[in-house]
Design a protein around this ligand. Structure first.
Ligand code: SAM
Length: 249
């Protein structure tokens, strides 16, 4: 069993596949000003099973294209969207975020929670800009330092895993340099990590290990997740996801 199959199996039953919260998605929508607009076309890139997609479809007069490269996540999103009565407002698209099939200037907004790191923040915001109408909205959450100084173990871990991790000031400057006017930034509170993501993930570990007969590869995945959770718990004052909302200039 390869690692991606195991990771998909562990995460597909989750409500979300990264830190976040419905209240925080709603706050980003408020900052975006999109509630005042109608007949919107929105893409939610790296949507997973669609926690943010469903909030967007519920709150806005929009059709939301939910994009991910894992069909299993999109299949789960389709089931939930039907159960929630959102089927007509959500479309799914299996595609890599590096090569999206959207027309230039075709979208009113691009959303992406906890996924742009795959392309790198600077690379991603520059590549996706052309899909937005002038004045269109970009809303992304991205790993962000909350303080100028941090414990060494935290800095070393994230510089190794994601060298683009930086403070909000640096991320906002990247947005300005890339053809966006920032409209707002806020850091995700701890409950977005602990209550909404890590605790439900931890609760799935026993059934996941059982399902794969305690295979070494499955145990290694659980061990890595446990390490990441412990690292966050020790260092929660210094790092979070920042939510960035900006307008294409
Ligand atoms: N936005 C979701 C959430 O917050 O619950 C999922 C976040 S999860 C950390 C990152 C998501 O990006 C996963 O669903 C993963 O399958 C997707 N992803 C990773 N690399 C991708 C790529 N190159 N193209 C499209 N999707 C990708």
């Amino acid at each position: 069993m390869d690692e991606l199959t195991l990771l998909t199996a562990l995460h597909e039953q989750g409500d979300r596949q990264g830190p976040g919260g419905d209240d925080e998605t709603r706050l980003a929508i408020t900052l975006s000003g999109l509630r005042q607009r109608s007949a919107l076309r929105i893409a939610d890139i790296g949507c997973g099973t669609g926690a943010s997609t469903r909030v967007l479809a519920r709150e806005l007069d929009a059709v939301v294209t939910a994009v991910d490269f894992l069909p299993a996540f999109l299949a789960r999103l389709e089931e939930i969207a039907v159960a929630d009565g959102l089927a007509g407002r959500v479309e799914t698209l299996t595609a890599p975020m590096e090569d999206l099939p959207f027309d230039d200037a075709g979208l009113d907004a691009i959303w992406s929670e906890g996924a742009i790191y795959t392309m790198g923040f600077a690379n991603g915001v520059r590549a996706w800009r052309r899909f937005l109408k002038p004045g269109g909205i970009l809303a992304v959450s991205e790993l962000t330092w909350l303080t100028a100084e941090r414990p060494k173990e935290l800095t070393q871990h994230w510089l190794r895993e994601y060298p683009e991790v930086a403070t909000a000031g640096a991320k906002l400057a990247t947005l300005e340099d890339s053809g966006y006017a920032p409209l707002g930034y806020f850091p995700l509170p701890e409950r977005c990590w602990l209550d909404n993501y890590y605790r439900p993930l931890q609760a799935r570990f026993p059934a996941f290990l059982d399902r794969f007969d305690n295979a070494e590869a499955a145990k290694a995945i659980v061990a890595a997740e446990r390490e990441e959770i412990a690292l966050y718990e020790r260092n929660r004052a210094f790092v979070s996801y920042g939510y960035y909302v900006a307008r294409r200039t």
